[in-house]
Write a protein that binds this ligand. Structure first.
Ligand SMILES: [Zn+2]
Length: 93
């Protein structure tokens, strides 16, 4: 009789794998959106930052159905509405 050895599957889960989006400020595909859980406040916060131009923005995620794509869409809306503070360009006057 053969012995059966079962291997346990190890599933590595990354709950907050950053996804890169296009930055509305500099146009580079370097905009990283991360949704992090604040355990103390029991709320989620979206952290948006561009690795290219240094644009940063944070906002609360009030609903569990909101994912990075939704955050990105709202971020774009806010950006064009002038609600996002754009970092000062260094080469700019
Ligand atoms: Zn940028």
């Amino acid at each position: 009789m053969g012995r059966r050895r079962r291997r346990r599957k190890i599933i590595t889960r990354r709950p907050s794998l950053p996804t890169v989006f296009q930055c509305p400020n500099c146009g580079a595909h370097a905009l990283i959106i991360e949704i992090v859980q604040d355990k103390k406040k029991k709320e989620r916060i979206a952290k948006i930052r561009c690795a290219s131009c240094g644009l940063v923005h944070e906002e609360p995620v009030e609903s569990p159905i909101i994912d990075r794509a939704v955050v990105y869409g709202r971020f774009i809306d806010k950006f064009y509405a002038g609600e996002i503070r754009v970092p000062e360009g260094e080469e700019e006057e």
